[in-house]
Design a protein around this ligand. Structure first.
Ligand SMILES: Nc1ncnc2c1ncn2[C@@H]1O[C@H](COP(=O)(O)OP(=O)(O)O)[C@@H](O)[C@H]1O
Ligand SMILES: [Mg+2]
Length: 468
């Protein structure tokens, strides 16, 4: 599959950046196919014990600098490097053999897009594995004789910037390329683009647009829906796959009703627990660590089907094992690993963490309904009062108490939720949050109420202003 550079001023970090620049810099098409041997994160590992010079005799006059006062840093362990590499959460999977638990999704995508020539929408929460699924699908489509092109959108994207990068890559005759070049002299227009794609593209092509949820412009989204409709009506050789965070297809595309039956919706659901355990075992194995059965069970349960969380929690726990000088991960390592993952998340998402801490403290006996909300959000992407009541009856038992607790949980969680486009369901604004909320709900209840953060204090002071 070919990855395109849209020239978007996109903030990418670390390895993925290097990975993209690698795919961008090569000239020839063949060479731009995603390489399997993407360099590892630390490609010039620092040797253990590099601070041994700290043991040298101290100079008579110590400089009064902070670094001189700091104790020597622990030597960087190569073992830790291999843990970071094995449990990496930053790189999407690009090799189908590294993709756990997605065979049926891949089969459905191939059937719908390659065989039935439908357009598709791949949606799910952050970290559910959308990009990984889309990339591996792209490679399968290539193998099936199609040309899969991959690009990702940003917030400022309009219709033109979404499709322009694909134009120079599509397989067209010389005359077609000339026509495309002329069209690129001005902003792309939906009907002229669809005519070009249908009349000039010579091979089956699949355009994958990732991070489509970031597109802000309603006009751009309408235009994309119109393009899909036009391409469908005229049996185009080009199919479009939109990928993004959403709880359903409406979250990504304001589809014309008649377009719906030509669109294949592919939800990226939680990975079943046995598959997630297999994934964790193979990550641990790559880091040359064994893992106890109860430890594995606890890790996979805490991830609730999310490969991102499984890797993150696994990495933190593996670091605990490594620090203890062992090569078998124990239940206590997992407990500590989960606690440090939660601490890291608190640093990154302080406001949401503070909200969760407060509402879990205030909720009293409704705490279990808040924990259930986290589970429902992780399993079904979105929550609602009705979902909580129904599942409350099934999972928690009890009668009408579930109704008042569900109402209470929805109200308390409100600041962390966003409405889905149809307005009936709510997603966590940070779709990575539910796993952390469940971890927090499992912590012992604090005796004293949590202290408010400065932002929370200010928000409390603003109460009453402009309906706040
Ligand atoms: N099916 C899978 N098997 C193994 N690892 C996966 C799978 N899906 C995703 N991952 C890993 O989980 C993390 C998040 O995946 P990614 O595809 O970037 O998710 P998304 O695009 O939904 O945010 C990455 O580290 C990726 O390697
Ligand atoms: Mg992604």
């Amino acid at each position: 599959m070919t990855t395109l550079d849209q020239g978007f001023a996109q903030q990418r970090s670390g390895l993925f950046d290097r990975f993209l620049s690698l795919t961008r810099s090569n000239e020839k098409r063949q060479e731009r196919v995603i390489p399997d041997d993407v360099p590892l994160y630390l490609d010039t590992p620092v040797l253990p014990g590099f601070r041994q010079d700290a043991a040298e005799p101290e100079p008579a006059h110590l400089p009064l600098s902070m670094s001189a006062m700091a104790p020597p840093i622990k030597p960087i362990s190569l073992r830790r490097d291999s843990i970071y590499a094995a449990f990496n959460t930053a790189m999407p999977v690009t090799d189908r053999h590294g993709l756990a638990g997605r065979n049926s999704e891949l089969e459905k995508l191939v059937e719908a897009i390659v065989v039935q020539r439908k357009h598709a929408v791949i949606f799910g929460t952050r970290g559910s594995g959308k990009t990984s699924l889309a990339r591996v699908f792209g490679d399968l489509a290539d193998e099936a004789g199609c040309i899969a092109l991959y690009a990702s959108a940003n917030g400022e994207a309009d219709f033109d910037s979404l499709f322009r990068p694909f134009l120079t890559e599509l397989p067209m005759s010389g005359a077609g390329q000339e026509r495309a070049r002329k069209m690129m002299g001005e902003p792309l227009d939906v009907s002229r683009l669809s005519a070009l794609l249908v009349e000039e593209v010579r091979e089956r092509s699949i355009l994958i647009i990732d991070e489509y949820d970031r597109v802000q412009s309603e006009t751009a989204k309408q235009d994309v829906a119109t393009l899909l409709k036009l391409l469908t009506d005229i049996h185009s050789p080009v199919q479009v796959v939109l990928v993004g965070i959403a709880s359903d297809i409406d979250g990504l595309i304001a589809a014309h009703p008649s377009l719906r039956r030509h669109l294949a919706p592919q939800r990226v659901a939680p990975i079943p627990k046995p598959e997630l355990e297999r994934l964790l075992l193979s990550c641990a194995n790559n880091a040359r660590l064994a893992i106890d059965e109860d430890a594995l069970d606890m890790l996979a349960s805490a991830a609730m089907g999310s490969p991102y969380h499984a890797r993150l929690f696994g990495m933190q726990a593996a670091l605990v094992t490594e620090a203890a000088g062992r090569d078998r991960m124990l239940l206590s390592d997992i407990e500590q690993g989960l606690a440090s993952a939660l601490e890291d998340w608190e640093e990154m998402s302080g406001q949401t963490h503070a909200l969760f801490r407060r509402i879990l403290w205030e909720a009293g006996s409704a705490r279990r309904m808040i924990a259930l909300s986290a589970i429902v959000a992780s399993q079904m992407s979105a929550i609602s009062y009705e979902r909580l009541v129904t599942l409350g009856h099934e999972v928690l038992g009890g009668g009408s108490i579930n109704e008042s607790q569900a109402r209470d949980a929805m109200a308390r969680l409100q600041p962390a939720l966003v409405a889905t486009p149809n307005g009936e369901l709510w997603m966590f604004e940070d779709t990575l949050a539910p796993q952390f909320l469940l971890l927090m709900a499992k912590q012992p209840v604090q005796a004293a109420p949590p202290v408010q953060t400065p932002a929370e204090e200010m928000r409390a002071l603003l109460k009453g202003v402009d309906g706040l």
